[in-house]
Design a protein around this ligand. Structure first.
Ligand code: F0G
Length: 347
């Protein structure tokens, strides 16, 4: 069952909304086995969004936005993307038989995300510039032509993405104390906060979490308090200098008593490897940013040891193997039999 069927009563869908479903959502909330213990946190969980049908959380919002676009009669869908949004939009467009056009910053997106958009049959334009320039062009174009804008400024995207907060509460039985996630264009932090508030208002939880957002040092406009013209970070998914949902992010932070802070690329890659090596969870670099921030916050004593903490792993590590491979030993090249193998392996 996808998120529309599962959370229908909380979504802006009705009898005339077409059925769209790739069985997105219902991703596991995996308890930490080793990192929590090492940090002294008794209740640390990972929301493993990489297990969505196209490998990131984007499917939750896209399924609702595509259903609503079809309901409104759209036949051409368009988005700007650092990769995951385009993969997701292209998949749902393919399934529903409508055109998909994606604009990505040229040379800036992970190979496997690009291959997804192309395989699902989207028209891909690699535009010179940053994600922010791509989004500006897409906003402009979709305001002039009968083409549906599928970025998270489309409120239906936020509606769908809030279902991740519902799932966290459904599994834990209440909201966590802290929810940590990466912040790029800032749609997701906006969506989680909306989801937690709506569930709370509906009596499904007794409290609200503190929202903790992680940006990358070279792409941290919200932390800096002004747009960044040339965002730089290894975490290409959140290489964004002027988030569209800026206000949604700062409201989530301030209303929840949370914080948004930046971590370095070195911290991001160290967290990514530690997560894979000690938990068996492979997430893309952007998804490791909140974990890197968690390490720092625990060290600074800012997170109580008995708190319930959820880190959202927004995208699969398989999305961006190039970023990961730079940081591990290459395979051992060998021409030999079991004996030479045993010798090399020091068994
Ligand atoms: N993590 C991943 C894996 C992402 O792909 C994104 C955003 C984020 C975190 C940040 O979420 O933008 O809602 O604050 N990716 C967008 C894209 C920008 O085009 O795929 P956000």
């Amino acid at each position: 069952m996808g998120v529309i069927a599962r959370y229908r009563e909380f979504l802006p869908v009705g009898p005339s909304t077409p059925e769209v479903d790739l069985h997105e959502g219902s991703t596991p909330l995996v308890p930490s086995r080793n990192i929590g213990r090492a940090l002294g946190l008794s209740r640390l969980f990972f929301k493993y969004e990489g297990l969505n049908p196209t490998g990131s959380f984007k499917d939750r919002g896209m399924v609702v936005a595509v259903a609503k676009a079809l309901e409104a009669g759209s036949r051409v869908l368009m988005c700007a993307s650092t990769g995951n949004t385009s993969a997701s939009m292209a998949a749902y467009a393919a399934r529903m038989g409508v055109r998909a056009i994606v604009v990505v910053p040229s040379g800036e997106i992970a190979m496997n995300k690009l291959s997804q958009a192309l395989m699902y049959g989207a028209k891909v334009v690699a535009l010179k510039g940053t994600f922010d320039t791509a989004l500006e062009a897409v906003r402009d174009l979709t305001s002039r032509y009968p083409v549906a804008l599928m970025n998270s400024i489309n409120p239906d995207r936020i509606q769908g993405q809030k279902t991740a907060a519902f799932e966290v509460v459904d599994v834990l039985g209440d909201a966590p104390d802290y929810l940590l996630l990466p912040v790029g264009n800032a749609g997701n932090i906006t969506a989680y906060w909306k989801g937690f508030r709506e569930y709370h208002a509906a009596g499904r939880s007794t409290r609200l979490p503190r929202m903790v957002g992680a940006q990358a040092d070279g792409a941290a406009p919200i932390v800096a308090g002004h747009p960044i013209a040339n965002p730089r970070t290894v975490a290409s998914a959140i290489r964004i200098g002027n988030p569209a949902s800026w206000e949604g992010a700062t409201s989530a932070r301030d209303e929840s008593g949370g914080l948004i802070a930046a971590v370095t690329d070195t911290e991001i890659l160290a967290a990514q490897i530690r997560l894979a090596n000690t938990e068996g969870l492979f997430a893309e670099p952007a998804s490791a940013a909140p974990l890197a921030l968690l390490f720092r916050l625990v060290m600074e004593g800012k997170i109580e040891k008995d708190s319930t903490t959820v880190v959202v792993l927004t995208g699969s590590g398989l999305k961006d193997p190039d970023a990961a491979l730079k940081n591990v030993e290459p395979p051992i090249e060998l021409d030999g039999d079991a004996r030479t193998l045993a010798k090399v392996l020091k068994l």
